[in-house]
Design a protein around this ligand. Structure first.
Ligand code: AMP
Length: 215
């Protein structure tokens, strides 16, 4: 399986990717997670990306392509992957097409996760992550007393809010999505790869819709 999960910040790409990797036995490749790990480790990539991420803007295409090229070359991608957060611009999508052609494994589908903007804002402002195990909660829709999709690896969640989930930055991220990433809907639709899934409502129901779209 070689797919892209496409959708605005807060549309549930990461949460659903976590569920799909268990079912399809392919890795989730989240460029946001890769960048956050680089920031936490203080690598040159992290130092380069931090200010851009905190401002809710996109890291430059050249840097992102370097990251994705390296990651897709790792052995665990041999049977496929779920891309989460990449591509986010038309040049990234073009470069991905070329890269996958070179590797002889084109994309099979691009799933658009559709959520209305009011709902996105609520999901993003409510999002909290456990420092210890990385489990993601939502103070409105999935508070820590409810086991998270990861299976609740951690007994006592130590929660923090991502710096780019502050109200000020969320507006910028949604604006960037509309301007730079939404054009990919048309891009992949024109190539016959797009499948739209209603990503609102119960997490299990959304997973079932995704599985149906991928069947
Ligand atoms: P995410 O966790 O996917 O919401 O990504 C968090 C942040 O990482 C984004 O707001 C961007 O600053 C950066 N980022 C992640 N993926 C990309 C990408 N494909 N292109 C550019 N910037 C990205």
């Amino acid at each position: 399986m070689r797919i892209v999960l496409l959708g605005a910040p807060g549309s549930g790409k990461g949460t659903q990717a976590q569920r799909l990797i268990n079912r399809y036995q392919v890795p989730q490749i989240s460029t946001g997670d890769l960048l956050r790990a680089a920031v936490a480790a203080g690598t040159p990539l992290g130092l380069h990306a931090k200010a851009t991420m905190d401002a809710g803007k996109l890291v430059d295409d050249g840097t992102m392509l370097g990251i994705i090229r390296e990651r897709l070359g790792e052995p665990d991608c041999a049977n496929g992957f779920i891309l989460d957060g990449f591509p986010r611009t038309i040049p990234q999508a073009d470069a991905l097409t070329v890269l996958l052609e070179e590797l002889g494994c084109p994309l099979e589908a691009v799933i658009l996760m559709a959520v209305d903007s009011e709902q996105l804002f609520r999901r993003l402002t409510g999002r909290r992550t456990c420092k210890a195990c990385g489990a993601v909660f939502n103070v409105y829709t999935a508070p820590p007393s409810v086991p998270p999709p990861c299976g609740g690896r951690c007994d006592s969640p130590d929660l923090f809010q991502r710096p780019d989930d502050s109200e000020a930055t969320i507006g910028k991220r949604l604006e960037v999505y509309e301007g730079q990433t939404r054009p990919l809907v048309e891009y992949y639709s024109a190539r016959g790869l797009l499948r739209e899934v209603d990503a609102e409502g119960d997490i299990d129901v959304v997973t079932a819709r995704l599985e149906a779209a991928l069947a």
